[in-house]
Design a protein around this ligand. Structure first.
Ligand SMILES: [Zn+2]
Length: 341
C-alpha cells in the first residue's frame, strides 16, 4: 500500500476529480521517456516528476552552460560551472524534490541504433528536442511500436505542439512529410522566451497526464500553435491520419532504418558533434596526456579541454562536442589529434 506521504504529497492533485486517487496510482505506475532535456524537456521533467509519474527516462546529449539558465528550469549555476551533462543534472535536481520516483538519466545522443534501448518499454514519449531529425526518429519508433508521443517545440515567442496517437490520429509525418522550412530556425539563431517554453510544456504535460490516467477523450486532436508575443493562435485538425503517409500509412520507417546518419554533425551555433559510443575514455589518463597542450578539467561525467580557439567536450563513451568551428574537417582532425583516430 502507498504510504501516508504519498497521499499527502499529491493531495492537491488528487482533489482534482478527473485525476483522483485512481489517477494518481496510474501516474505512479506510468513510464515516460523524455528525449532532450533542455528548456522544454526540463520543464516537462519538472512538471511530470512533481505530478508523480513513477518512472522517467531522460535522454540528453548536452551539458549545462550559463546561457541555459534563463529558461532551463532544472539547472542551476553550479551545474553550469561543473558542465554537468543535462540528464545527470536533471536526475539530481528531481531527486531533491521527489526522491520517491525513479529517474533514469542517459547522457547520450538518440540514434536509430539505440532507439529501442532508450525509447522501448514506456507508455509515452515526450519531445524535448530541438531538431526535426530526432523528431522524425521518435515518430518512426513510436508509430512502429504503437507508443503515443507528444511533439513540442518553442522558438523565439512561438510554441507548437501536437499529441500523436499511432493508428488513431495524424502522426508527425502526416502533418510534415518533410522538415518544415520556416521552422528550422533554432534558439541559437532566433533566441527564445522562457514563457514560450513553459507555455508549450504546460500543454504537453497536461496532455501527458490525460493520456496516463486514461482520459483519452479529453486529448487535443490538433496541431496547436501559439505566439505568446503576438497572440497569434492557430489550430489544424490532426484527428485522422493522412492517407498514404510514409510512416503511419506505409510503415516505411526511413529514419529508424538510420541509413546515412552522419558520424559528424553540426550542433547548435559554431559547434560540431562527433558521434562515438564505442570508444570508452579513461578521463584520468587522457587528462594527463592533454595537460601539456592546454587547460583540461574533468569530473565523472565530462571532460573539457581548451585549445584556443576551440573547446573540446568529451563524454565517457567517446562522444565529443567541439566548439569554435562549423568545419567538420577541423573537428575531425582535432578529435584525431587529442582523443584518437
Ligand atoms: Zn502519419
Amino acid at each position: 500500500m502507498q504510504s501516508l506521504d504519498f497521499a499527502e504529497r499529491y493531495s492537491r492533485q488528487v482533489l482534482f476529480p478527473p485525476i483522483g486517487a485512481a489517477g494518481q496510482k496510474q501516474l505512479a505506475a506510468a513510464r515516460v521517456a523524455i528525449v532532450g532535456c533542455g528548456a522544454t524537456g526540463s520543464a516537462l521533467a519538472s512538471l511530470l516528476s512533481r505530478a508523480g509519474v513513477g518512472y522517467l527516462r531522460i535522454i540528453d546529449r548536452d551539458y549545462v552552460e550559463p546561457s541555459n539558465l534563463q529558461r532551463q528550469v532544472l539547472f542551476d549555476e553550479s551545474d553550469a560551472a561543473e558542465s554537468l551533462p543535462k540528464a545527470i543534472a536533471a536526475a539530481r535536481k528531481i531527486k531533491s524534490f521527489n526522491s520517491e520516483i525513479a529517474v533514469e538519466p542517459h547522457a547520450a545522443d538518440l540514434t536509430p541504433q539505440n532507439a529501442e534501448e532508450f525509447l522501448g518499454g514506456v507508455d509515452l514519449i515526450l519531445d524535448g528536442t530541438d531538431n526535426f531529425e530526432t523528431r522524425y526518429l521518435i515518430n518512426d519508433f513510436a508509430v512502429s511500436k504503437g507508443i503515443p508521443w507528444i511533439y513540442a517545440a518553442a522558438v523565439a515567442s512561438y510554441a507548437v505542439t501536437m499529441t500523436v496517437l499511432p493508428g488513431e490520429t495524424a502522426c508527425l509525418a502526416c502533418v510534415f512529410p518533410d522538415s518544415p522550412r520556416g521552422m528550422v530556425e533554432t534558439c541559437d539563431t532566433s533566441g527564445i522566451l522562457n514563457s514560450a517554453v513553459n507555455f508549450v510544456a504546460s500543454i504537453a504535460c497536461t496532455e501527458a497526464i490525460k493520456l496516463l490516467v486514461g482520459a483519452r477523450d479529453k486529448l487535443r486532436r490538433t496541431l496547436l500553435s501559439y505566439d505568446v508575443w503576438t497572440n497569434d493562435f492557430a489550430e489544424i485538425s490532426t484527428a485522422k491520419p493522412r492517407s498514404g503517409c510514409r510512416a503511419c500509412g506505409q510503415h516505411d520507417f526511413v529514419h529508424l532504418a538510420g541509413e546515412g546518419r552522419p558520424h559528424i554533425t553540426l550542433c547548435g551555433r559554431n559547434s560540431v558533434q562527433i558521434h562515438e559510443r564505442q570508444r570508452p575514455i579513461d578521463f584520468d589518463e587522457i587528462s594527463r596526456r592533454l595537460t601539456p597542450h592546454g587547460p583540461v578539467r574533468h569530473n565523472e561525467f565530462v571532460l573539457k579541454f581548451w585549445r584556443e580557439p576551440y573547446e573540446l567536450t568529451l563524454f565517457p563513451d567517446g562522444r565529443a562536442i567541439i566548439k569554435g568551428t562549423t568545419d567538420t574537417a577541423i573537428a575531425r582532425s582535432l578529435y584525431a589529434r587529442y582523443v584518437g583516430s
